[in-house]
Design a protein around this ligand. Sequence first.
Ligand code: MN
Length: 719
Amino acid sequence: MKEPVIRFQDILEAVRGYMPEADTALLRKAYVFAAVSHRGQLRKSGTPYLSHPLAVTKTLTDLRMDVPTLCGGLLHDVLEDCEVPEAVLKEQIGEEVTQLVVGLTKTAKVSLQSTKRRRLESYRKTLIAMSRDIRILMIKLSDRLHNMRTLYSLSDEQRKRISEETLTIYAPLANRLGISWMRSELEDLSFENLNPELYEEIRRGVEEKVEAKAEVIRNVSDILEEKFREEDIPCEIFSRVKHYYSIHRKMIQQEIDLDQIFDLFAFRAIVAEERHCYQVLGIIHSLWAPVPGRFKDYIAKPKANKYRSLHTTVFGPSGDCVEIQIRSRAMHREAEHGVASHWIYKEQAGFDTGDESTFKWLRGVLNNLQEISDPKNFMDVMQLDLFPDQVYVLTPTGEARELPRGSTPVDFAYTIHSEVGDHCARAKVNGKLVPLKYELHNGDVVEILTSKTQTPRKDWLKFVKTADARAKVRAWIRKEEREQAQNLGKEILEKGLRKSGLRYAKLLKDGDFKKVEKAHRFKSLEDLLRAVAYGRLSVGQVIDALPKPEAEQEEGAWDKGLERLVERADKRSDTGVRVRGIPDIFVRFAKCCNPVHGEEIIGFITRGRGVTIHSRNCLKAQQGSGERWIEVNWDEGARVLQRAKIRVVSQDRPGLLAGLSKAIAAVDVNISQAKAWTTGDRQGVAQFEVMVKNLEHLTELIHSLEKVKGVLAVERLLN
Ligand code: MN
């Protein structure tokens, strides 16, 4: 592997390309200074040392950096490796560049023999030094990139250590700064050095697959280009293969093999302006059906590193899943150059590192690092803060979800569906049950267990992080509180009305509350009920506003009174009882005697709970007298089942219960309850609650039971 040799001329040309007014005199001075300082030095690979700072500086021009940064790139090793005094550098090149180089030099060299602790400590120093000026970080990243590109000349051990470090710190930093190509390259180079066999396997596998799909790739490009020409939208189509490390990571995270990764390659459509992005998306979706759940609008909602694009996956011309990224030229430039693009294109004057939000973030993170005394924690914090505002978790099927940091299983549940959120009862993270307020970590596999009885709770608001979850929990609680208030209001009103001999249900049916609503200016009955619940409207006020009842007639006053005492029942025919020929009387059967159809009965008018039907033989009925006892009759046409209690006394012998239930079934009677016990004198008692059609049916049952072998007595229980 041979690196292309970079000449100073290449750098000058590159700078003029993006910054025509650049002060190349300073750049030239820095170059001469570097050349003199490194004279005679060789790299491990045997090439002249100067090739390294030149290559680093070339990368910095790719990132569109300013002149002091480029000078810093040229001179980044002179203090350390050439023992040039700081004062000399300052005098020759100036304060600004010297500060950058000093910042880089403070990034202490780590010897291979260092303990892990020492190494972590030095990462920390490095990052803290770099936090003073983001440009130091840019030089450091470019330096690291070139070192990674030329790792081959180092020992195995050195290569592995540097690669590990790159993978842990520098690749995530590049990603955090939005320089995606650098992140990919750093990751792939690290991967190749750390695990050459696996790297080669994936590389070859991907190559084969891409070759096999060459036709599809050509097809998609052709169709898209043709279509955009027709629609007169200037658009460039590129296809590219995903980088190997990201494929590897996906295979591990989702536990799948290469054959199962359908987005090995992606297309990129680059348009002139943002508005074209959505036009192009529309055209693509009209050509091929989108794969559900794969559309991402990073334009409306950019990633934390400011990445913007539209991503969609469609079922392409031959049914293959095809991923397409759509972005404008400006977005593309941002994605290539990362944070740098924001300053350069905003202020041609140079870098204002003071108020850019990314710097603020970086500086904040790095300042915090200074306060952490244990380097082990430092690594955790570092990992955390490289992605300061998001956490990636997975569904049990391996689908990634991006959530704000600090999110909980409840937040996750709402990203699946609001139903899932509303009913999420328990959560499992990596297979273990966790509390709903558990804070999710990168890579967690989250499973939500729902329950119909679970509903959002007020205390969820204390821990949910996403706006969506918060809004939905709030909405639910509001709805629930309204319903509760309505129910309470209804209850209060019902009770109050009953005291005055009025019935809520009847007033409601007659529409009498409409007048109350109008009088008190409520929009609905629900509003009225809530007002009652909150005490803003009294029952008395409701009654006063009700329409005045018609004068009570003398005749049939008893019936009227009865009607008022009892409630209407919806299922009169179910009871099979007629009370003095009045329809719709609410009837219950007394629990003491459970009268059955056909036997002589009598009704008792209760206070507000309708008429209770007793057997004439019932003790209560025999004792009772007075006005509240009324004549009732069986409705001959009704065919209903009624409850009766039977007690069977028998010898205590095996198989008796089975015999009894057989006898009961033989006369087509259903048992609704049964219990049995033995007494001291070797007798058994069984008690059944059965459903019978009428007295005749009951008698039939009793006879049937009496015939069972071992039965001593059968009696009907009235009390
Ligand atoms: Mn270097």
